[in-house]
Ligand binder design. Structure first.
Ligand code: CDV
Length: 304
């Protein structure tokens, strides 16, 4: 038996500050069409892919910060992407910065949407593990101000029945935390979709710079294997306004093996026919949670 779904991970090169939203949307539509021509039913785009990754810069003017956020989705500017997806019958997962009023308070989230092949929005994730710092660090070559610009996501880690399987999302730094995959795994997730903006440099710990690519793959491969799920990661890569970002977008099987990886630092599709039944040996067998997890023992303190 097999349950195949052909998926494209759509890596993107930099989004320059001067590139307009309609230009970026046109770029996404081009990638969607290319994926459709290759037989894909689902396309994964990167984190906050409608703009340059603004947490890399200290911006004092709130209206300038808010110009990077979307007030509605779809909006008049992003509607053509939804329309083209519906026409092509290709779904997508899109990372964007979301501004919303909740109980009279303005909130800002680092979000991603899951859109089915008929254009329906089926799911939303708001990033929980916001990296970086709140204060300006002028001594650093670039900033990591997600803790300053975003609120912590308030939607948990959910899964949705979509694309013939069980689909979950997380965003960038969420992928480094075992809890992310396990909470999704406990809900039976079969495909985890995530986008990232990962600088090649860690200003506070430069000794870790050579490990940036290794840690990217390590966290996704471990999450895939330990939870018997596909994990797909889409990078925004290249040199974006002076910040070098990791590429190596990849598609990881439930075995933990990398099945496809991007080779460039530009817009690039990697495509793979993902068999959701490859999850079975892990979910029903070797790593069957029901038969093997012993949560009641984890907290016990051994008496001498
Ligand atoms: N956008 C991110 O979440 N980036 C982080 C960096 C700052 C460590 C990441 O986990 O890749």
């Amino acid at each position: 038996m097999s349950r195949l779904i052909t998926i494209a991970v759509s890596q993107m090169g930099p989004v320059p500050l001067e590139q307009t939203r309609p230009e970026v949307v046109a770029r996404l539509i081009g990638l969607l069409r290319e994926a459709s021509a290759q037989g894909c039913e689902l396309v994964l785009f990167p984190e906050c892919c409608l703009t340059a990754f603004f947490p890399h810069w200290f911006i004092e003017d709130q209206s300038e910060i808010d110009s990077f956020f979307e007030r509605e989705m779809p909006s008049p500017v992003t509607q053509p992407l939804f329309d083209e997806a519906r026409r092509l019958k290709v779904g997508f997962c899109l990372g964007y910065a979301e501004i919303v009023e909740e109980k009279g308070v303005i909130r800002r989230y680092n979000s991603s949407l899951l859109v089915e092949r008929d254009g329906r929005i089926v799911g939303k994730h708001r990033k929980i593990h916001l990296p970086g710092h709140k204060e300006h660090r002028p001594q650093n070559p670039f900033q990591n101000l997600e803790k300053r610009y975003f609120d912590v996501g308030n939607l948990g880690f959910q899964v949705w029945n979509a694309f013939g399987g069980i689909v979950g999302m997380c965003i960038c730094n969420d992928r480094r935390w075992a809890e992310t995959y396990r909470v999704l795994g406990l809900q039976g997730v079969e495909i985890v979709l995530l986008g990232y903006n990962t600088p090649m440099e860690i200003p506070e710990y430069p000794e870790l710079n050579p490990l940036v690519g290794f840690h990217n793959q390590l966290s996704m491969q471990a999450g895939a294997y330990q939870n018997g799920t596909w994990v797909l990661g889409a990078a925004k890569t290249g040199c974006e306004e002076g910040v070098e970002q990791l590429g190596e977008s990849c598609m990881i099987a439930p075995s933990g093996e990398i099945r496809a990886v991007a080779k460039t630092n530009h817009d690039e599709l990697i495509v793979h026919a993902c068999d959701l039944d490859e999850t079975i040996p892990y979910k029903e067998g070797l790593l069957n949670f029901e038969m093997n997890r012993r949560v009641e023992y984890y907290q016990l303190i051994t008496q001498q």
